[in-house]
Design a protein around this ligand. Sequence first.
Ligand code: HEC
Ligand code: HEC
Ligand code: HEC
Ligand code: HEC
Ligand code: HEC
Ligand code: HEC
Ligand code: HEC
Ligand code: HEC
Ligand code: HEC
Ligand code: HEC
Length: 310
Amino acid sequence: MKKAVSLFSVALVFLFTLLFIGISQQSAKGSTGYAGVDACKGCHEAYYDNYARSVHSKKAIPGSPANRQACESCHGEGAAHVEKGGGRGTGIFAFSKKDTAKEKAAKCLACHEETKTLAFWNSGKHKAEDVSCDDCHSIHSGGAKFVKAGRSEVCLPCHKDIRAMVRKQSHHPILEGKVGCADCHEAHGELSDKLIKADSINELCYKCHAEKRGPYMNEHPPVEENCLNCHNPHGSNHDRLLTDRVPVLCEQCHEDGGHMGGAPFTKFATNAPGITTSSVFMVGRSCLNCHPSIHGSNGLQTANGCSFRQ
Ligand code: HEC
Ligand code: HEC
Ligand code: HEC
Ligand code: HEC
Ligand code: HEC
Ligand code: HEC
Ligand code: HEC
Ligand code: HEC
Ligand code: HEC
Ligand code: HEC
């Protein structure tokens, strides 16, 4: 019995020793925990001010940082940083270049996992390419929705090929601010190809060009198939965002057969049977002189007596 008691007390002493070592090691590391927004305010006035003006400081929104750990919702525990009188390399999370995209995104996704437009972030191209939230957003100096530079301008430094296209002679008015990259693309990720904000390319185009949807009595099959058979979505050196100039564009598909009388499409039958001639209509708008309703038509309908389909 006595032996059992002394064994027990030895074990107890051993346990207390372990506990003591644990505590003293922790105090050697310095304070842990949250310091609270008031601690940050005095030393980081500018950061505090723009935080205070932003949606993240709104107590009225239940899940906002204001109702969590304020600054430290994103920057992590700051007590050690405060205790050391601030400075770099004190363990506070700074969204610096050495932090990975994944680490940075995790801070934001702690709250934004449920945000609707971020539903496909994990399967999106940008995540796969290590693009991080703060490549496009700046919490302390961004504009609307914390977007850096501007809703479309933010995309251009990384997408130089697209930048060149939207500067071409014919282009969607993106730099003019009438259409944004984000009207057509979901930068956060989408199930569709190329992050398109619609189930198909044509459905995307119909959102703003509803009149092209038809149905038409006389349909032009490549139009229903894919608008990009003839158009570039960003820009082109040919009129109307066309991928090539008319008639070269048309001849990519219409080279066999020809107009009535066997004349190639670039020529036209005269009244004399069997004789064809270059059509006077081939100048200017070329094929479109006689086939103006290129997206489809409902019957005969043009001024010069020609139509998409006769
Ligand atoms: C006693 C003043 C002081 C307090 C209090 C303070 N900071 Fe700092 N903090 C600094 C200084 C100084 C720097 C270094 C800035 C520099 O070099 O430009 C710094 C740097 C930082 C950095 C960058 C750290 C790095 O490793 O690069 C972050 C993020 C930061 N502070 C956030 C906070 C937050 C959040 C709080 C409140 C919890 C806070 N600070 C409280 C003075 C302070
Ligand atoms: C503690 C929770 C929390 C954290 C962490 C957080 N946010 Fe938010 N954020 C919110 C809430 C709540 C809103 C307002 C409601 C909404 O739009 O979802 C919001 C709004 C936004 C908005 C929309 C702003 C607007 O004007 O419509 C953006 C963009 C945003 N956050 C980006 C970020 C980024 C980037 C990070 C990481 C650096 C981040 N948030 C971290 C909670 C958080
Ligand atoms: C490739 C650029 C890009 C990246 C990366 C990016 N965003 Fe965005 N984000 C945008 C743009 C642009 C908007 C504004 C969309 C608009 O105006 O329609 C936006 C809007 C938002 C909004 C506002 C909600 C909404 O749908 O309008 C939230 C919240 C948000 N982003 C959070 C995040 C978080 C969190 C991350 C990282 C996990 C992130 N974003 C990464 C470009 C990006
Ligand atoms: C919603 C997330 C979020 C909140 C809330 C937030 N920050 Fe930040 N902070 C960031 C991000 C992201 C950066 C990186 C630069 C940027 O996006 O503007 C940053 C950068 C900083 C920096 C500069 C770090 C450096 O390396 O120089 C300081 C200082 C800072 N924040 C302090 C604060 C303070 C103080 C508060 C509260 C008053 C606060 N932040 C609230 C996300 C946040
Ligand atoms: C930090 C650099 C960076 C920024 C900023 C950026 N992207 Fe990207 N984006 C990439 C990289 C890298 C890829 C993958 C390679 C590629 O397709 O060019 C990519 C791919 C894409 C793709 C093709 C996706 C696919 O599935 O093939 C689209 C669309 C796109 N980005 C749109 C945008 C839009 C819209 C914005 C602005 C809101 C934007 N990007 C901002 C780096 C960036
Ligand atoms: C009017 C709608 C629209 C606008 C505005 C738009 N895009 Fe696109 N974008 C598309 C379509 C449609 C595709 C798919 C092209 C394809 O499948 O060949 C695409 C493809 C892309 C690709 C992938 C290119 C490739 O060859 O893989 C990138 C990157 C891209 N867009 C970036 C941008 C950027 C950046 C902006 C703003 C400067 C922008 N887009 C504006 C419709 C648009
Ligand atoms: C978010 C709205 C929007 C979407 C989506 C959209 N467009 Fe447009 N589109 C416009 C606007 C705005 C103009 C300029 C109209 C104007 O200036 O009168 C335009 C102009 C055009 C033009 C004429 C350009 C010129 O030089 O006159 C063509 C062709 C075109 N769009 C094709 C497309 C195609 C193809 C798609 C699908 C890939 C598409 N658009 C998707 C808004 C959109
Ligand atoms: C077979 C080639 C072809 C296809 C496919 C095509 N287009 Fe066009 N599109 C043209 C031509 C050619 C013009 C120039 C017409 C003119 O100048 O009269 C044009 C002009 C336009 C214009 C500007 C002038 C106008 O009529 O409003 C818009 C917008 C447009 N197309 C949208 C679309 C959309 C949306 C789709 C897909 C539903 C589409 N196009 C598919 C050949 C095509
Ligand atoms: C991507 C392929 C493609 C392009 C480009 C194209 N077409 Fe067509 N077109 C077709 C197909 C397929 C048909 C249906 C089969 C046929 O009649 O050859 C058609 C039919 C037609 C018809 C006959 C319509 C009918 O109802 O009989 C005319 C006229 C026509 N196209 C004119 C043009 C003109 C003008 C252009 C250039 C602006 C053009 N096409 C560009 C594929 C194309
Ligand atoms: C002077 C007016 C005129 C011009 C210019 C013209 N067409 Fe036609 N096109 C017609 C007429 C009228 C028909 C119907 C009778 C026929 O087939 O000859 C027709 C029919 C067609 C058909 C349908 C043929 C079939 O087998 O049903 C196609 C495809 C076509 N044209 C393409 C073109 C292309 C491509 C160009 C430009 C290179 C062009 N057309 C220029 C007037 C014209």
